[in-house]
Design a protein around this ligand. Structure first.
Ligand SMILES: Nc1nc2c(ncn2[C@@H]2O[C@H](COP(=O)(O)OP(=O)(O)OP(=O)(O)O)[C@@H](O)[C@H]2O)c(=O)[nH]1
Ligand SMILES: [Mg+2]
Ligand SMILES: [Zn+2]
Length: 293
């Protein structure tokens, strides 16, 4: 029996990476009867059979799960944003950050298209990515066109299981092609020629890349916040931390309450007003969510 990781399922078979190669695996016994579903990232034990094939004999409990797209046991999520074109949506980034933090997955921000730097990019956007860096998120800046910053991304993938997420057109597939030149994933230009849909990347599978496993996803489609108590939302904003416990009311939600240390920090720009705006927006969403339980 050998240990491996499911890369993908496809028409009744699972493709498992173990001992430096991919095994086509069928299901036997209890797994077939229960029609158990495995997801990319599942850690399985497989039994080699004739012809280089194998069967799945066991599966480990999952460490974490993303449902849309389904990928499990992730170490990190790379949120890919273009410096420009499409314009970065920071509200979307803040949502993604909360989703993965809740699922215990490390977020990493990758800013692509830095070669467009002096084009018509507003200063403010650059400052915002720098702000995320300042509050201790890992941020990489790359150009998939000229290769700047690619080595750092390659290094951060080694030995890890990662997922890429971001709006269509930000350069996720291009990034993987730059990191792993033998990939040749379809990118925007190809898809336009074939005039397929807006999303070039359709199915989810883990790929062996830079000594790790990576899934290129069509983007997380779930924009809903996970179930979080409104009192806990502030913990998902790391820059609020130094101010928590300093408000007049211990139950302060940092909204309309007087003498709020968080609001004072927003006033003095120590906390980004845009991040605080998202905090207030998410707070309202969580309050509405709580009412429907
Ligand atoms: N200038 C510049 N263009 C880039 C860069 N990265 C990607 N592009 C271009 O941006 C377009 C979209 O790139 P893709 O890699 O297909 O984007 P994607 O995020 O995979 O898109 P979906 O698969 O639709 O989600 C393509 O035309 C790329 O050539 C970059 O670093 N700089
Ligand atoms: Mg793509
Ligand atoms: Zn407060």
């Amino acid at each position: 029996m050998i240990q491996g990781i499911v890369l993908k399922g496809y028409s009744g078979f699972y493709y498992v990476f173990a001992q430096d190669r991919v095994w086509e695996c069928s299901l036997r016994g209890r797994f077939r009867i229960k029609t158990q579903d495995f997801f990319p990232g599942d850690r399985v034990s497989i039994l080699p059979a004739a012809g280089g094939k194998a069967s799945i004999e066991g599966v480990e409990p999952r460490r974490n799960t993303l449902t849309r797209p389904p990928v499990v046991n992730l170490d990190q999520a790379l949120f890919v944003f273009a410096r420009a074109s499409p314009k970065p949506d920071f509200n979307f980034l803040d949502r993604l950050l909360i989703q993965v933090s809740k699922a215990n997955i490390k977020p990493i921000i990758v800013v692509t298209k830095i070669d467009l730097l002096n084009a018509d990019v507003e200063e403010e956007e650059e400052d915002l990515f720098a702000y995320y860096q300042k509050i201790d998120y890992e941020v990489y800046r790359v150009s998939n066109l000229n290769g700047a910053g690619i080595k750092q991304v390659r290094d951060c993938l080694r030995g890890k299981t990662s997922v890429l997420a971001g709006q269509s057109g930000v350069g996720k597939s291009s990034l993987l092609n730059a990191v792993c030149p033998d990939f040749k994933l379809k990118t925007g230009k190809v898809s336009n020629k074939l005039s397929r849909g807006r999303h070039t990347t359709r199915h989810v599978e883990l790929m062996v890349c830079a000594g790790g496993l990576v899934a290129d996803t069509p983007g997380f489609s779930s924009l809903y916040l996970p179930k979080i108590k409104k009192e806990d939302l502030a913990f998902y904003f790391p820059e609020f931390e130094p101010y928590l416990g300093r408000c007049r009311f211990s139950s302060c939600l940092h909204n309309k309450e007087p003498d709020c240390a968080v609001k004072e920090a927003v006033g003095s720009k120590e906390i980004s007003p845009l991040r605080y705006e998202d905090y207030l927006l998410f707070l309202q969403e969580l309050i509405i969510q709580e009412r429907s339980y």
